[in-house]
Write a protein that binds this ligand. Sequence first.
Ligand SMILES: *Cc1c(COP(=O)(O)O)cnc(C)c1O
Length: 439
Amino acid sequence: MSEELTTKKNKIDDSKYSMETRVIYGKHVTDKWDYSHHVTAPISSSTTFRLDSVERGAQGFQQFAQTEKFGDEAPIFIYDRLGEPNKDMLEENLAYIEKGEMAVTFASGMGAISAVLGVLTKSGDEIITHSTLYGCTISLFNNWYPRYNIPVHPIDLTDPNNFFKVVNDKTRVVYLESPANPNLDILDLTEIKKIVDDINKTRDESDHIKIIVDNTFATPFCQRPIELGADFVVHSLTKGIGGFGTDMGGVVVGPKKFRDMILLYRKDFGAVLNTKSAWAILTYGLPTLPLRQKQQIKSAMRIAEFLEAHPKIYFVNYPGLPSYKYHELAKKQMIDFNGNFAPGSMIYFTIKGDTAAERKAIGAKFMDYVADHAYTMTLAVSLGHTRTLVEHPASMTHSVVPPDQLEQRGIDAGGVRIAVGLENTDDILMDLDEALKQL
Ligand SMILES: *Cc1c(COP(=O)(O)O)cnc(C)c1O
């Protein structure tokens, strides 16, 4: 590290700047890598690193995933799967923005989710989840966890007291999404934390129940679950944080003492974030997150209001709507960096129909029209994109849920999910209006 930068770094007190500004500068002055005259970090493009001596090589291996003992300020880089500068820098920034002690990135959101669960549970342990979750997370629990002998109990945690119906001595993890994918259920994280704390008081630390929150829908701009009591946050970086739909990624943010285990898991299971993707998320995604989120929230609010007032709409779930069941709770939990209510960019709605089958048919007609005619809406899964994306959870992202279990999982057969993009809001409303006129 050059003297010049070290001096500048030491002189600047970033706490007097807004988070919008801080995500642009982030931790770009880092001990992870000496690139003192670059304004933007260069892309590290080496899978392996030169070791000056056998002793240095041995030291590197000895110190890997031993950050408790050796610190992690200036690691000895050995091989990309163990760690390299771009990922390490992105991790510093993600921990910073999510208010966590440390972050470890992964090749995808599912890589991050399976890693944190893999570290926190073993055969014989049990997991409690909210009934509504991203489809592949449900798939992970249904298709793979029975093999590990780890029972998973999905339950309606919009009433936190339901927790007591399934908790037992073997419970080790509560796994949640708030807002949940796709129906935007909001869970009272503070209340769930209180219940878990009371139980943990009676247990040895090694048996403590940990709370994991998938914060993908909110992004850290709208909500920081660790501040609300979560132990760990996971993200699909593919979505709002990546922001442009160009790179996949995932992250686990949490307490420092778990960093080594999670790094070891990543090394051995191998879901390592691509260096170029780490660079793109660090360079484009994170610095523009507040700007993008602010525009998307503004649009989402107007779109939700438009849908709510539309005679053909059966219901609209959007945390920003005063009529929404969880609006008051959302107002407490979804707060941006400046203290404003930040209800996010996701909307879930259905079009009127007397039965689930009718709602499904009319929803499909709407989405087919959008696929064919709408300039500002694209029929595609994913979210947090520059473009507004529309999809049908029951047959796409959540197709793992059998039709007879949709309702219990909080999914309407005809439900439509909108992930608002960066287009002019009037243009999106024009396309929506036209698509609804066809029904
Ligand atoms: C997309 C998504 C994931 C999975 O992320 P990938 O990057 O696609 O693996 C997990 N949770 C939620 C809420 C998601 O929307």
